[in-house]
Design a protein around this ligand. Structure first.
Ligand code: NAI
Length: 712
């Protein structure tokens, strides 16, 4: 027995159980890899003596194998050379495993990620369990790194070049059955027999009654990976994909390709190249930012939403959703997915029918993708019951209202429902712009009213803004946060104000995009500039997606609340007036075909601009600056006003809610990376030509004066 590894024997097979003390999951650090090396070397020595030649590696954690490297350790590297050395050392230890005369079987149940998968690939046989928690991935590029323990070299041998590149560049999760199909694992079994089967296979390998299997690549993978011409095709496709998706902002993507390519060069070079590039990537600012985002997200997972922890949350085994429209149906689906029974209410049977169908489609998605079994899907579906009455509402501890975005309607519904609820029931509203306190004015128990702002589509988008008023009770907040987390969302607590956090910082950004359009800038140039800056979709595309009617409604609210600074561009009114609602009526800034698939820009929309004629001469840099700084400056105001509890929350919300470029770390990390003083100067310069909208936020000016940072 050693610290993290327990060793036991089963009739000639040595079982090594990895169970990192004091941690919920197994992670690989240099120390742990060295410890494993020592344990394994001792086994190898013994085995030469008594001739047993079989080892099983298994995890002692309930639902994970090895989740990857210890990320804290990445941050401890001070130079690229240090990181390179760590990678090379770890790799030489896995080499020992791979080349050993002892036959090693990896028994994989739960997450097998990054270094964990690299270790498994160095074993001689891999068994995975048929369980939703069992996923295999090399997610390093998501942290701005590349696999550093031989992953870029070994993976292509198992799954072929196209699949390997796909896994490394997209960080995608591979489930058990797919892993076997691809050649990533040899066998899939039920979790209850994993250990027994692994022991049997190890013994068979050692006795020679089963051969170490050479990876079985499909003919396509062989053709494409094993000859230079095929490789050229695959590589140029991969390069085109990363150019389009990463837009040059993620250096780890081309580095990963380079490392994979080096694996096809004479022996030895690939592993060395991988270590060198791993070292270089570990020092990039992009990687530091992405790791910070990772830590911020993890820290948020432990946050109750209330300073000091607050009261224990109430259990939510069942709930009601008011309004079976687009959002209501999605909220019902995502809740049922987590085993919560939902009553979905609307005004007519027809509306309820639409809502149930939409909820079914959302739930079906995970079944179609094989994330759940048919039985699980049907069980989830049976949890959603449609209704046009308030029958049974007395029994629910949580109601989420998702009716029309209209204060009067929302207040009327609240007045109607509240008296029917039990006294400690929570009433949440999914409004996207109306201040929660205004809705709560209609409540007899306003301390139980809270905002739960889901993003669309609700069953896919990870962020949930929990909006609290000064009256909201702490136990209501902790319950809302715990509920959000239980349905798989990342809840961020924000204080009540028009637009909350995400829509508030989005407003000046979208307004500015409208102005650029009005000034004569081509739509492709506006969207393209922001894609290059790192957003997943351009602002004009986003307007079409959100719906121009919704954008106009919130625009009016922002204008009323904040005046000229957040005044929508006048073109929005003209575009909306021409009958364009965006994607929903297949008529927006872009054209759509009859199936709703987006075509190019609709040229007739240019007739609605104020400025007719030739294109405006606005550079890409200027477009990016006006849009991004409008958003970042507003984020600084919001921080000053205490809308977010801390910068971390705002950064995560901006990344998860709007797709703020993760490699920039979120708006507040962006301020720190760029420097407040330089931002103030830029804002002042832009403000000279665009008066009234770019006055630097007070917090930014203060930081510029003191030379301080948002994150202290
Ligand atoms: P929707 O128009 O698709 O659905 C609203 C539903 O509420 C309709 O089915 C309607 O029949 C029903 N309804 C109206 N009065 C009702 C009542 N008294 N009782 C029960 N049901 C009633 O609208 P959508 O898009 O689902 O929006 C709902 C809410 O979610 C709005 O407050 C909106 O601002 C918010 N929201 C919308 C997002 C979006 O992207 N669509 C994103 C985030 C929030």
């Amino acid at each position: 027995m050693s610290g993290a590894f327990a060793v036991e024997h089963d009739d000639g097979v040595v079982i090594v159980t990895f169970d990192l003390p004091g941690e919920p999951v197994n992670k690989l650090s240099q120390a742990i890899i060295a410890e494993f090396d020592a344990v394994f070397s001792a086994i190898e020595r013994d085995i030469t003596l008594d001739k047993t030649g079989a080892v099983v590696i298994i995890s002692g954690k309930p639902d994970s194998f090895i989740v990857g490297a210890d990320i804290d350790e990445f941050l401890s590297y001070k130079t690229a050379a240090q990181a390179q050395e760590a990678s090379a050392q770890g790799k030489s230890r896995l080499d020992v495993l791979e080349k050993s005369h002892v036959h090693v079987v990896a028994a994989i149940h739960g997450a097998c990620m990054g270094g964990g998968l690299e270790l498994a690939l160095a074993c001689q046989y891999r068994i995975v369990t048929d369980h939703p928690k069992t996923v295999l991935a090399l997610p390093e590029t998501q942290l701005g790194l590349i696999p550093g323990l031989g992953g870029t070299q070994r993976l292509p041998r198992f799954v072929g070049l196209p699949n390997a590149l796909d896994m490394i560049l997209s960080a995608k999760h591979i489930r058990a059955r797919k892993a076997v199909q691809m050649g990533l694992a040899e066998e899939v079994v039920h979790p209850s027999i994993l250990k027994a089967v692994a022991i049997r296979r190890a013994r068979e390998l050692a006795m020679g009654s089963m051969n170490r299997r050479a990876p079985r690549l499909g003919i396509g993978a062989r053709l494409l990976g094993n000859n230079p011409l095929g490789r050229t095709i695959v590589l140029s496709r991969a390069r085109a994909t990363i150019a389009q998706k990463g837009r040059g902002n993620y250096p780890a993507l081309p580095a990963a390709i380079e490392a994979v390519v080096a694996g096809y060069a004479p022996r030895g070079q690939g592993f060395a190249t991988e270590s060198r590039l791993f070292g270089e990537m570990a020092m990039t600012r992009v990687s530091r930012q992405l790791i910070d985002v990772f830590f911020a997200t993890n820290a948020l997972k432990k946050d109750t939403g209330v300073e000091g922890g607050g009261p224990a949350p109430m259990a939510i085994p069942r709930m009601a959703v008011l309004g079976a429209g687009f959002m209501g149906a999605g909220i019902a689906a995502v809740s049922a997915q987590s085993g919560i029974a939902v009553r979905l209410k609307d005004v007519s049977r027809e509306q309820v029918g639409h809502g149930l169908a939409a909820a079914r489609d959302a739930l079906r998605e995970r079944f179609t993708k094989r994330h759940v079994t048919r039985q699980q899907y049907e069980d989830q579906l049976s949890l959603v019951a449609g209704t046009t009455s308030y029958e049974g509402f007395h029994g629910v501890p949580l109601v989420i209202e998702a009716v029309f975005e209209d204060l009067e309607v929302k207040q009327k519904v609240l007045r109607e429902v509240e008296p029917l609820l039990r006294e400690n029931a929570i009433y949440a509203t999914n409004t996207s712009t109306i201040p929660i306190a205004e809705i709560a004015r209609a409540a007899a128990r306003p301390e139980r009213v809270i905002g739960m702002h889901f993003f669309s589509p609700a069953h896919r988008m990870p962020l949930l803004e929990i909006v609290v008023t000064p009256q909201t009770a702490p136990w209501v907040i902790t319950t809302a946060v715990a509920f959000g987390r239980s349905i798989g969302k990342t809840p961020v607590v924000v204080h009540d104000n028009p637009g909350f956090f995400v829509n508030r910082i989005l407003a000046p950004y979208l307004n500015e995009a409208g102005r650029l359009f009005d000034e004569g800038v081509a739509i492709e140039d506006i969207d393209g500039a922001m894609l290059d800056w790192g957003f997943p979709v351009g602002p004009i595309t986003l307007l079409d997606e959100v719906g121009l009617d919704i954008a106009a409604k919130s625009g009016a609210i922002f204008l009323k609340a904040f005046g000229a600074r957040l005044e929508p561009s006048s073109v929005m009114e003209r575009v909306l007036g021409s009958g364009r609602l965006g994607r929903k009526n297949r008529h927006g800034f872009y054209a759509y075909d009859s199936k709703g698939k987006r075509q190019g820009v609709d040229p007739s929309v240019y007739d609605l601009r104020e400025r007719r004629g030739g294109a405006a001469n606005v550079s890409k840099g200027e477009i990016q600056e006006r849009l991004a700084l409008a958003m970042v400056n507003e984020a600084m105001r919001v921080l000053d006003e205490g809308v977010v509890r801390q910068p971390r929350d705002g950064d995560v919300a901006a990344i998860f809610g709007i797709g703020f470029p993760p490699f920039r770390g979120g708006p507040y990390r962006f301020v720190d990376a760029t420097g407040a003083e330089s931002l103030v100067r830029r804002l002042e310069a832009i403000g000279r030509t665009h008066a009234g909208r770019f006055e630097p936020a007070g917090g930014l000016v203060r930081l510029a004066g003191s030379g301080g940072k948002v994150y202290t």
